[in-house]
Design a protein around this ligand. Sequence first.
Ligand code: MG
Length: 246
Amino acid sequence: MKKFYFITTALLFSVFGSAQERKGDPTLTEMWTPVPAIIQPGKTSQGAPADAIVLFSGKDFSAWNGKDGKPVAWTIEDGAMTVKGGSGEITSKQAFGDCQLHIEWRTPSLVKGEGQGRGNSGIFLMGQYELQVLDGFNNKTYSNGQAGSIYKQLIPLVNASKGPGEWQTYDVIFTAPRFSADGKLQSQARITVLHNGVLIQNNQAIWGGTEYIGIPEYKPHAVKEPITLQDHGDAVSFRNIWIREL
Ligand code: MG
């Protein structure tokens, strides 16, 4: 009997409640501004949206500087750039803060070396925070150094690596760290990464600048900083790099 009473009451409340809602003004909860800008997706031949800055379309290094500001010594072939080991990292001419980055990469099909010595490169957001590029296929290494890690910090959720010689994608959403005027850290950088379409970093806080040895820490830097691609000696290739400022 008690149960029946509760069910009846709940039913009456739900009917009465929805009738009340119908009597209210639905326009009170509508927001008409701001109107999101219209962006044509897949606008360029590379599939970049119309508001993206294309950093590499396969033709030239016009968006990049080589080591110490010199011309880039890496090679371009078949629409891809490839690290020339020993020639040094390359750095985007333009600086970026909060951004969405799309980048495609490929480790050499000829497998040699192991661990960190196999298909190693990296994408240094703001020149400081390395999203690791590595042959992650049957290649044992420390988890916070494998492909898709934030090097020596954040372990990827899963290993979504394709094999050596295959093109892979990273889609990155990056929030830059914030520093106060006196250089104190106000908020950590945050990163979300999809590797070959699979979520591997889910809005993770980055601990500080990438360090090979020791504990990472934040050092104050500009609101926008260039992106660096690492020369780790391996002939890793990149193509179709585009970025949207957020
Ligand atoms: Mg690396």
